[in-house]
Structures are given as C-alpha cells and as structure tokens.
Design a protein around this ligand. Structure first.
Ligand SMILES: Nc1ncnc2c1ncn2[C@@H]1O[C@H](COP(=O)(O)OP(=O)(O)OP(=O)(O)O)[C@@H](O)[C@H]1O
Ligand SMILES: [Mg+2]
Length: 264
C-alpha cells in the first residue's frame, strides 16, 4: 500500500486555523458559533475535540473541511489557504486532502461496500492507485475482506462505519475529520472503530481529528481540545498522569450520576 506520509510543505502543520470566527444567522438572531479559534495541528496527530452541545465542534470541523467558509479568520490545509477559495477549488481540496466520517455513516444504500469505498476515487484528479484495488486493500485492513459485496443494510453499524472510514481514505488524504464517529455504536463496535482509526494514523501517518462526547474515546486521544461557547477552553494531553487521574474522577462521577446531577 501507499508510503507513510512524512513532512509536508508547511513544516509539518497539516492544519492551521487562525482566529476563526463563524456567525450564523437564524432569522433576526445572529449566533456566534465560533469566537476566535486558533489551532495548529501537525501531520500524524491524533486529536480529539470535546465540549458541550452547541459549543461549535461541528461548525469547526465543517470549516476545517471546507464545507463552509468562516466569517473571519484564516484556515490553511497542508500549507494552502482555503479561506477565500472558489467552490471548484474547495471541491478539489476536499477530494484530495480531506476524508470525512460522520455519525450516521452516510453510505450509498444501493452500492456494495467495495463500490462505496471506491466511489470517491473515481473523482480524484491524479489517480495514484486503481480505486478498486485501493478500496479492496483498505477494506481488508479494516477487517472487512469478507464483506466486500455486502450492501450497507447487510452490515452492522460498526461494519458500516469501517466502510465509511475506508471510503474517507481512498484518496489518501493527509487529514481525516470524524464527527461523532462512535455516536451511533455500542461500546464494542466503538472500540473497534477507534482501534481502526489508531491503526490508520500509525500506518499512514494520517492526521485524525475526532469530535466526540464519549469520555472513553476522548481519553484515547493524544491531544484533546475543549471547546466552550465557541472558544478553545483547553488543549491538553489526556494521557499524562495528572490528566488521567482527572479523567478517572470524571468517569467515576459519571458512573455514579454525580456529574449529571451538577448539570444545569
Ligand atoms: N445552520 C445553522 N444556523 C444557525 N445556527 C446554527 C447552525 N448550525 C449550528 N448553529 C448554532 O451554532 C452553534 C454551534 O453548533 P454546532 O453544531 O457546531 O455545535 P456542536 O458543538 O457540534 O454541538 P453537538 O455536540 O450538539 O453536536 C449552536 O448554538 C447552534 O445552534
Ligand atoms: Mg455537532
């Protein structure tokens, strides 16, 4: 399969966001979804984004992925500023540089696993490898070699999500953006998906960004960014000893219901 990604053109930063703001209009009301977010992420990082509902996590991921434009600020992907790109240029960046994985898999129901995974490969400008071959390899790597010709309804939730991960990787993007990838899975399937994401990061040096509500998912990340009210409120290594201890206390409190009781 493909070579592991090494340095890129930008000193190793695959993502740079500078003072990003996003205002969304709801009729007369303006919602400040992001209020000046700055974030630099290196090639190969395994980064989690957590925070309360409505704190701007999905908005941030959408802007990083070029699905929407910021109201102010600047975003560069792989050293290239995407902030003022035309729709055609953005489509190309999305296709070549970014893989998306969503909570509800978003597979095409009439296509098999193999066809779903190979599909984005057909739109790539430079086809490095035959998309069918690469799709087969990826599905094999994600433990689905015996499910190539199954349609989404013939697969479990965890299997569908692994197909979606394979599809996101078919064009070998440097950046994989996942919005609640385990949000619709039981804990066993969730563990399997997280293991696959880790494997992808290690094997291809892909930068993986995971938005999650799940504390056990969050505690597996190498770096954890917390968004509160559209701003970064924390940026830590959750696996450091002190953070682990804090996370354990948090988990215990969740388990006993004590934490939920403190919510407004
Ligand atoms: N299309 C939209 N129009 C108006 N306001 C929006 C729109 N999308 C999101 N918002 C608002 O922007 C804020 C951030 O939303 P966002 O979806 O990014 O939150 P989130 O952190 O992903 O939440 P969740 O954990 O519930 O998915 C929220 O207050 C939300 O109501
Ligand atoms: Mg969200």
């Amino acid at each position: 399969m493909s070579a592991k990604r090494t340095e890129n053109s930008n000193g190793g930063f695959v993502l740079e966001a500078e003072n990003v703001r996003k205002e969304l209009r709801m009729g007369e009301v303006v919602v400040h979804a992001l209020r000046g977010v700055s974030l630099a992420v290196r090639q190969g990082e395994f980064l989690g984004v957590v925070g309360p509902s409505g704190s701007g996590k999905s908005t941030l991921l959408g802007l990083i992925g070029g699905l929407d434009a910021p109201t102010a600020g600047r975003i560069a992907i792989d050293g290239v500023d995407i902030t003022r790109m035309s729709e055609a240029q953005l489509t190309r960046v999305r296709n070549e540089k970014i893989g998306f994985v969503f909570q509800f898999f978003n597979l095409i129901p009439t296509l098999t696993a193999l066809e779903n995974v190979a599909l984005p490969g057909q739109f790539a400008r430079k086809q490095r490898t035959n998309p069918q071959r690469r799709a087969r390899e990826l599905l094999g790597m994600l433990g689905l070699a015996d499910r190539l010709h199954h349609r989404p309804t013939q697969l479990s939730g965890g299997q569908q999500q692994r197909v979606a991960i394979a599809r996101a990787l078919v064009n070998q993007p440097p950046l994989l953006l996942c919005d609640e990838p385990t949000g619709n899975l039981d804990s066993e399937a969730s563990d399997a998906v997280m293991k696959m994401l880790r494997q992808v990061q290690q094997e291809f040096n892909t930068t993986v960004i995971v938005v999650t509500h799940d504390m056990s998912v969050a505690s597996e990340m190498d770096r954890l960014v917390t968004l509160v009210d559209g701003q970064i409120a924390g940026d830590i290594d959750p696996r450091s000893t002190a953070q682990q201890a804090a996370l354990k206390i948090l988990r215990d409190k969740r388990a006993t219901g004590e934490l939920a009781a403190h919510r407004p």
